[in-house]
Design a protein around this ligand. Structure first.
Ligand code: SF4
Ligand code: SF4
Length: 164
């Protein structure tokens, strides 16, 4: 039976100093190592060159839309998340260089698996997957990306850059 009033034996103070020095050595070694933490969202890690993120519908330099409404992207999509409804171009209302253009172009981003088949199927490189990966949102409806959301700005209507 042990005596509960018995005090534990005193440690050698040199052992404490050695333990403290060892702890400091570990701390200093970590301070010297390169920082690997990325301060997201202020800093963003680089994407691979062929990373497949958010889609964009591209235009030609003269502002015409590349998409000719052929629906090959929708046919190639393995999950059926692309909707294309084509309409005829007219001389008064020319949207693309072809006979038709995409009047409606939608992608359900909740179903998309970012396989890139749509990009590969497109004969005019109209639909491309860009590097953007921050696609969170607050409702299902907002994941239906419409043509307005997907289409690049018109370079022919952009303000010229003023060089001073
Ligand atoms: S990336 Fe794949 S899943 Fe997504 S829209 Fe294109 S074809 Fe469909
Ligand atoms: S994005 Fe390309 S494949 Fe899809 S409808 Fe337009 S032209 Fe056709």
């Amino acid at each position: 039976m042990t005596d509960e009033t018995e005090r534990p034996a005193r440690r050698n103070p040199l052992q404490d100093v050695a333990a403290l020095a060892q702890g400091l050595r570990t701390t200093l070694a970590e301070v010297m190592r390169p920082v690997v933490t990325t301060q997201y969202p202020e800093e963003k890690s680089p994407r691979a060159e062929r990373y497949r993120g958010r889609h964009y519908l591209r235009r030609y330099d003269n502002g015409l839309e590349r998409c000719i409404g052929c629906e090959l992207c929708a046919a190639a999509c393995p999950v059926g998340c692309i909707l294309v409804i084509a309409a005829e171009n007219t001389e008064d209302h020319r949207v693309s260089p072809g006979e038709r253009y995409a009047k409606v172009y939608e992608i359900n981003m909740l179903r998309c698996i970012f396989c890139g088949y749509c990009e590969e199927a497109c004969p005019v490189q109209a639909i491309v997957l860009g590097p953007e990966y921050e696609l969170s949102d607050v409702s299902r409806e907002r994941f239906i990306y419409t043509k307005d959301m997907l289409l690049e700005p018109n370079p022919a209507q952009q303000e010229p850059i003023v060089v001073r």
